[in-house]
Design a protein around this ligand. Structure first.
Ligand SMILES: [Zn+2]
Length: 247
């Protein structure tokens, strides 16, 4: 079970960014943060809320590849689902998509969190819904686009609930590349390309970006593999920035 840490918003602040208490707790509403910046993890989102989020938005949990952080007790009617019904009756879970996080692990942690909330509040799997269910918004975006499908996520929740005995069939067969930040000179980009090719044994290309240069890898199968590749580039100090992009 992923760790769940409470970093609750004060009642004074909560009253500014919710419809108050009285949540019916009928649904669990799944979101993605859509914030791909490095460092935009669960802790950062929880701090944003506890420091007084200036936006008219609120949600109960943020979960990343390391932990889940709770910002509101379930009783609060947070503003996240884009409809009164979704806000009044839903417990809102945001999954992080930060570039320096492992999205698949964040989904697995989210599945465990959702399974726990279902058990605690007596909510059935049929009432675990996407944000899209209430407002038509393209959220959770990656799942809706099939990076790891909604049905796979539901299977992960069932497994976390102990409803299903076999392990989750999680196969991310999508292709990704790693794209570095820019280098000022072509020579610097070529130096990195050289290491990727001859030391790592990868395919690597150089791409112009304005007057600068980037290095792009060949394809990796699966987000987790590509993320490991990006981390390897950063650990080897070949680039300060290395982002995973869809191939
Ligand atoms: Zn959403």
């Amino acid at each position: 079970m992923t760790s769940i840490r409470k970093k609750l918003v004060t009642d004074v602040q909560a009253n500014k960014v919710t419809y108050g208490k009285g949540n019916v707790k009928k649904y669990i509403v799944v979101h993605e943060t859509d914030n791909t910046r490095s460092g935009a993890d669960a802790d950062a989102h929880a701090r944003l809320q506890s420091n007084g989020n200036s936006r008219s938005a609120s949600w109960h949990y943020t979960v990343d590849d390391k932990e889940a952080v709770q910002s509101f007790e379930h009783v609060w009617r947070c503003w996240a689902a884009g409809s009164n019904k979704g806000n009044n009756e839903g417990i809102q879970v945001e999954i992080c998509v930060n570039a320096d996080g492992n999205y698949l692990k964040a989904m697995q942690n989210a599945a465990e969190l959702v399974a726990k909330i279902m058990k605690d509040e007596g909510i059935s799997i049929g009432n675990v819904v996407q944000h899209n269910h209430f407002s038509g918004k393209n959220c959770p975006r990656n799942m809706r686009e099939g990076k790891i499908s909604w049905s796979q996520f539901i299977t992960m929740i069932k497994n976390a609930s102990g409803d299903v005995q076999q392990p989750a069939p999680i196969a991310d067969n999508n292709k990704y590349r790693v794209l570095t930040g820019t280098y000022a000179t072509k020579q610097a980009a070529e130096n990195t390309q050289d290491v990727l090719k001859h030391r790592f044994g990868w395919v690597a290309y150089i791409e112009p970006d304005g007057a600068k240069w980037r290095v792009k890898t060949g394809t990796f199968t699966g987000m987790a593999t590509a993320q490991a590749g990006a981390n390897k580039i950063k650990t080897a100090k070949l680039a300060q920035v290395a982002n995973v992009v869809a191939a």
